[in-house]
Design a protein around this ligand. Structure first.
Ligand SMILES: [Zn+2]
Length: 99
């Protein structure tokens, strides 16, 4: 099920699972044009800042107050995970050829 277009050749060669993997800092290689893409790194860095904030805040609140905050932390994590699917893909330059 290919639904996401490659930023190089604009063909729908990536699946939603590929897009999810790209949000975990994986590089994607297009089946059509064999060129590489990644999720937009600046947006990913902001999202990973929110992951850290989620764990620090709700982990600390769970330590101080109630273990229910661990559930809030997990729900916050899952919500962030959902939104990582929508991080746009960026084209990467081709690997330099060995001389
Ligand atoms: Zn392509």
């Amino acid at each position: 099920m290919a639904a996401i277009s490659c930023p190089h050749c604009k063909q729908n060669t990536f699946s939603w699972w590929d897009k999810y993997r790209a949000s975990k800092w994986f590089l994607l290689t297009c089946d059509g044009c064999k060129r590489r893409s990644c999720a937009q790194p600046v947006v990913l860095a902001a999202i990973y800042f929110l992951y850290v904030w989620d764990v620090m805040l709700f982990g600390y609140l769970a330590y101080l107050d109630s273990l229910w905050f661990l559930l809030v932390m997990v729900v916050g994590w899952l919500i962030l995970d959902y939104f990582t699917i929508y991080v746009p893909l960026s084209p990467l330059r081709d690997k330099p050829q060995p001389k």
